[in-house]
Design a protein around this ligand. Structure first.
Ligand SMILES: Cc1cc2nc3c(=O)[nH]c(=O)nc-3n(C[C@H](O)[C@H](O)[C@H](O)COP(=O)(O)OP(=O)(O)OC[C@H]3O[C@@H](n4cnc5c(N)ncnc54)[C@H](O)[C@@H]3O)c2cc1C
Length: 410
């Protein structure tokens, strides 16, 4: 246990980023209090992709085996034209990618990932998890922070980590003038089916993206191939025209009527009772003030086109603990250094995700350009992601090389 610590470090939000930060801090001996607004820890019940970069972080925390036991390893990431079915590009995801980056590309049910992270937290006696605890505001008193909850209760903390997602209350208090996330006019429908519900000719152990003009479909199997995860996303034309009745299942069908027969059959597996609005956020200039810092979607929510939002939240969780541990109680300097280390990498991720989003949804001549841009060998496709997937250097390796943590490049 960190001997100089009188108050715990408070983590607001028990999503993937908050739980990772709690583990990373807990394993370094800090007292941690995690406050989650929901009555229980329950992520939405769909799949999530984890690049090798997430596993480098799990390695750092010593939890890779507990995550891997739930993972599927797809063979390839394939982009196909949604109208013709023609293959546009392919990223090897099996042993080739694992050998290149030292860790696999994997897919996992969000519930399983949460379970593995929660199990690890529960085994750390210095990590306290509280549900039904909605953070409303904070006050930085210089030597500590006071966090006030929606029910009026207060918690004292040595520092506050805002892992409270894209609509972050902590970010709003920290940067009141910042523009809130904006709806893109796109919505996502999802489906999770058992293996038996999917006709065998539609089932494949790949991450498949069917790219089309203003709409796409994505799918992959989960849970040792027992489940099939599917998402259908489109830009609502009715929303763009300002119509009130937009983005419903009838518009989903209307837009996907241009897709090839294979995709039309897959569309039957999408659940139409619920959909999610897709919002986009500009980079947040400042992630920290005094003893308070942001991580994950609260700092850098991104479009899901690179499947990196959660992976980046995991990286943040690990790195914020590294900087706090190095700072010997100087949280302010730790958070400034943490932002310096993380910000441009995540902004690049946000920017590139927007670019890929455009690529996915290209039409006409832009779709021809997409084909030209993505014509490359599997090796080139793998190398293009080296800045995302490569293993980073951690502090003690850097000290060994005579490099200070504050000078680490991303
Ligand atoms: C359709 C879709 C597909 C995606 N696919 C992928 C993928 O394949 N790979 C990937 O890496 N990423 C993916 N992402 C992105 C990923 O889901 C997010 O980036 C990630 O969940 C962010 O984690 P987080 O912990 O920062 O925030 P969140 O997961 O949003 O967690 C925030 C937590 O804070 C809690 N909270 C909120 N406000 C308060 C408060 N005031 N007080 C206390 N608690 C609070 C919330 O209840 C929640 O539990 C996808 C996103 C979408 C929409």
């Amino acid at each position: 246990m960190q001997s100089q610590q009188t108050h715990p470090i408070i983590v607001a939000g028990g999503g993937i980023g908050g739980l990772t930060a709690a583990i990373a801090l807990g394993k370094k001996g800090f007292k941690v209090k995690l406050l989650e607004q929901a009555p229980e820890f329950q992520p939405i019940g769909y799949g999530i992709q984890l690049g090798p970069n997430a596993f480098h972080m799990f390695d750092r925390l010593g939890i890779t085996p507990s995550i891997l036991r739930f993972c599927n390893k797809p063979q390839a990431g394939i982009m196909r034209d949604i109208m013709t079915g023609e293959e546009v590009t392919r990223l090897p995801m099996g042993t080739d990618l694992e050998q290149r980056y030292g860790r696999p590309y994997a897919v996992i049910h969000r519930g399983d990932l949460h379970e593995a992270l929660l199990e690890t937290c529960a085994a750390l006696p210095n990590v306290e998890l509280l549900t039904a605890s909605m953070v409303e505001k904070f006050e930085d008193r210089g030597q500590h922070v006071i966090v006030t909850m929606a029910d009026g209760k207060t918690h004292f903390g040595a520092a506050l980590v805002g892992a409270d997602g894209v609509w972050s209350a902590i970010r709003s208090q920290m940067n009141p003038s910042i523009v809130k996330p904006q709806s893109l006019g796109y919505v996502a429908y999802r489906g999770l089916r058992t293996r038996a519900e999917i006709p065998s000719d539609l089932f494949e152990n790949n991450v498949v993206l069917w790219a089309g003009p203003g709409y796409h479909m994505m799918h992959y199997p989960l849970h040792s191939d027992q489940l099939f995860n599917i998402a259908a996303v489109f830009r609502s034309r009715r929303f763009a025209r300002g119509e009130a009745n937009h983005s419903g299942p009838d518009e989903l069908k209307e837009i996907f009527s241009g897709a090839c027969a294979h995709v039309q059959r897959l569309l039957e597996s999408v659940q139409t009772d619920k959909h999610w609005d897709i919002a986009v956020m500009e980079p947040v200039p400042s992630w920290t003030t005094g003893r308070v810092a942001l991580l994950g979607d609260s700092a850098h929510a991104m479009l899901q086109a690179m499947a990196q939002g959660a992976c980046q939240a995991i990286e943040d969780g690990v790195w914020i603990a590294e900087y706090i541990a190095q700072s010997q109680g100087d949280y302010e300097s730790a958070f400034v250094a943490y932002q310096g280390h993380r910000q441009l990498r995540t902004v690049r991720m946000q920017y590139q995700s927007r670019f890929y989003w455009e690529i996915y949804h290209a039409s006409g001549v832009y779709a021809d350009l997409r084909k030209q841009l993505l014509t490359r060998s599997p090796q080139e496709a793998m190398e293009s992601l080296s800045w995302v997937y490569e293993k980073p250097t951690f502090p003690e390796q850097m000290e060994h090389q005579g490099v200070g943590i504050e000078n680490l490049s991303v």
